[in-house]
Design a protein. Structure first.
Ligand code: ADP
Ligand code: MG
Length: 331
């Protein structure tokens, strides 16, 4: 789904590379923390995934495509398969909550019917039903970030990238945002979250990729944050610990529910159960179980059909890359 092959990124006029020899692969449906101190290269990784930057050497592949193979004018369409969330929310200040979320879809030429269905659904998912008419400055920071998340997911991207999404929020609100990202991930969306917030990562027991001075020093499934002694802390440790514990419990509950759903997808009729039992002795047949799609063991590399459809629509509407600058992530 996301693959870095020996990626080095050197910005013009800098001595040390921002990333050097970074190699990892994120599978569909994973929740991955990208951690490391400020300046370790987290945002650079996300910018490479969005093709806001290109590697100096090495290769980045996303959704089965080598990003070098995407023509510049197609980049905005490629970016539409990725939802992005940032520390500073990046909402359009003069547009309402509803308009902020709908805007992405309007620019991509979605039908009015789809917009009328998708926007309220996204707002409901992030818990903002009833606040459609508010302007961003009439919302709390946490609510603004939830609008940004609704905007990121409204066109159902396969990947959500979050760059320090809790960086401007207090611990309690950060828990809500983590819970939300965990829920989005539980729905099958791949989530890659850059953070230097040790407490969350320590306790969430998810995959952790750690960068130090641009080098990958750890890729651990179910890891903690590692050596946190150099990480500056903005809030008292006790508060952070409590917030992280609450986040952990919430996330575990979401995953317990998801795993229960996977283990026992649909209460099968009795005769199916008998059939399933008799089949276990026979050589394994591929059985059709929709819930298995939630977490495929392999890593299928696909170009989503919706991309192609969007291309057609966008081309017909004559949208150019300029349009996307307002919607897409800006560096
Ligand atoms: P992080 O997100 O972990 O704080 P960044 O990816 O932003 O790290 O930065 C990694 C390194 O690259 C830092 O040394 C930073 O100063 C440098 N850097 C990032 N963006 C640019 C840029 N556009 N031009 C020059 N140097 C940059
Ligand atoms: Mg950063």
């Amino acid at each position: 789904m996301i693959r870095f092959e020996n990626v080095t990124k050197r910005y013009r006029g800098t001595k040390r590379p921002a990333l050097s020899g970074v190699d990892f692969e994120v599978q569909r449906g994973e929740f991955v923390f990208l951690v490391g101190a400020s300046g370790s290269g987290k945002s650079s990784c996300l910018q490479l995934i969005l093709r806001e930057e290109s590697p100096t050497s090495g290769r980045v592949a996303v959704l089965g495509r080598d990003l070098r193979s995407i023509a510049n004018r197609k980049v905005p369409y490629f970016r539409r398969s990725i939802g992005s969330v940032f520390q500073d929310f990046r909402l359009l200040p003069s547009k309402t909550v509803y308009q902020n979320v709908a805007f992405t879809l309007q620019v991509t030429g979605a039908s009015r019917g789809f917009i009328q269905q998708a926007v309220p659904e996204a707002l409901a998912l992030v818990g903002l039903s009833g606040k459609e008419k508010r302007l961003p400055h009439e919302l709390s920071g946490g609510e603004q970030q939830r609008v940004a998340i609704a905007r990121a997911i409204v066109n159902r991207p396969q990947i959500v990238l979050a760059d320090e999404p809790t960086g401007n929020l207090d611990p309690g609100t950060s828990v809500d945002i983590m819970q939300l990202l965990a829920r989005i991930n539980a729905g099958g969306t791949t989530v890659l979250m850059a953070t230097h917030e040790a407490a969350f990562v320590d306790q969430m027991q998810r995959r952790v990729i750690e960068l130090r001075d641009g080098e990958m020093v750890r890729d651990e499934v179910g890891g903690g944050y590692g050596d946190t002694s150099n990480v500056p802390r903005l809030e008292p440790e006790a508060i952070r610990g409590a917030a992280a514990t609450a986040a952990l419990q919430t996330v575990r509950e979401v995953h317990r529910q998801t795993e229960a759903a996977i283990a026992d997808p649909v209460p099968a009729p009795a005769e199916d159960r008998v059939l399933a039992q008799t089949q276990t002795a026979a050589p394994q047949q591929p059985t059709v179980k929709p819930a298995d799609d939630v977490r495929p063991a392999t890593h299928p590399i696909t170009i989503p059909a919706v991309d192609l459809a969007e291309l057609g629509v966008a081309d017909r509407l004559g949208l150019d890359t300029g349009d996307d600058e307002e919607v897409g992530p800006v560096s």
